[in-house]
Design a protein around this ligand. Structure first.
Ligand SMILES: Cc1cc2nc3c(=O)[nH]c(=O)nc-3n(C[C@H](O)[C@H](O)[C@H](O)COP(=O)(O)O)c2cc1C
Length: 209
C-alpha cells in the first residue's frame, strides 16, 4: 500500500467505538515501534500496552479526560527513562555484543563516547531522552494507518498523576505521550473525513540548489 495514501487516510481520532483490534495488527505496530531509530541506538524508553478496562478508566478519570482513552482497544503509553544509568549502559552493551559481537575495543570506545555525551549534557538528558520517543510515535502512526487502525497521539494529560498511577517514578520513567489504538466511532468522531489542514509544500520546504 502507498504510504502517502495511508498518511492521508489517518487523522487524530476523537472518539473510538471500543471494537477490538486483532492481535496481529497490534504486533505489527509494536514491531515497527521497536524498529524506530533512536539517537545512539539507546531505545531508552518503555512502551506499556494497556488492555485492562479498569486501568483505562482510572487513567481517563484521574489523568486524561479524552474519550479514546476508554474507547480504544489498546492504550499505548510511551515512557522515557529520566536518566541514563551505568546499569542501563551495561545492558545495552551486552545486547550489542550478543547481536553484533564487535569486540571489546569497539565497545569501550563507543561506551566512552556515550558517557562523554551523557556527562556533558547533565540536566538536559531527561529532555533529550524524552525526545527519542517521538520518533517511534511517528512510525507507530504510519504503521497503524497502514493497518487501517485509528490512533491519536495524546500529550494533553496530567503527567504527574499518570506517572503515579503507572508507578513510573520508582522505575525512573516518565510518560511522554499516550497513543490509543482502535476504531473510530463513525457518528461521534467529528474529525473523520475533515480535510487536512496542512501548509502548501512551498511554504514548508525551501530547496537550496
Ligand atoms: C505530540 C502530539 C500530541 C498531541 N496531543 C493531542 C491531544 O492531547 N489530544 C488530541 O485530540 N490530539 C492531539 N494531537 C493530535 C494533533 O492535534 C493532530 O495530529 C493535528 O491537529 C493534525 O491533525 P491530523 O493528525 O488529524 O492530521 C497530538 C499530536 C501530537 C503529534
Amino acid at each position: 500500500m502507498d504510504l502517502i495514501e495511508d498518511l492521508g487516510w489517518r487523522h487524530a481520532c476523537k472518539e473510538m467505538n471500543g471494537k477490538k483490534v486483532p492481535r496481529e495488527k497490534i504486533d505489527r505496530i509494536l514491531e515497527a515501534i521497536n524498529l524506530a531509530p533512536t539517537s545512539l541506538g539507546l531505545q531508552a524508553y518503555k512502551v506499556l500496552v494497556i488492555e485492562n478496562k479498569d486501568l483505562k478508566e482510572q487513567i481517563y478519570k484521574e489523568a486524561c479526560q479524552q474519550q479514546p482513552i476508554t474507547g480504544c482497544s489498546h492504550l499505548l503509553v510511551f515512557a522515557a527513562f529520566t536518566q541514563l544509568t551505568d546499569k542501563y549502559l551495561d545492558e545495552y552493551f551486552s545486547l550489542i555484543e550478543r547481536k553484533r559481537n564487535p569486540g571489546k575495543e569497539w565497545c569501550d570506545k563507543y561506551r566512552k563516547r556515550i558517557e562523554f555525551f551523557r556527562d556533558k549534557n547533565g540536566d538536559n538528558m531527561e529532555n533529550w531522552l524524552a525526545r527519542q520517543t517521538y520518533i517511534a510515535l511517528g512510525i507507530a502512526c504510519v504503521i497503524a494507518a497502514n493497518e487501517r487502525v485509528d490512533s491519536v497521539p495524546i500529550e494533553g494529560f496530567d503527567k504527574e498523576i499518570l506517572n503515579k498511577i503507572l508507578n513510573f517514578p520508582e522505575q525512573h520513567l516518565s510518560a511522554t505521550f499516550i497513543l490509543p489504538l482502535g476504531y473510530k466511532d463513525l457518528e461521534l468522531d467529528w474529525m473523520n473525513n475533515q480535510p487536512k489542514v496542512r501548509k502548501d509544500l512551498k511554504d514548508l520546504i525551501e530547496v537550496i540548489e
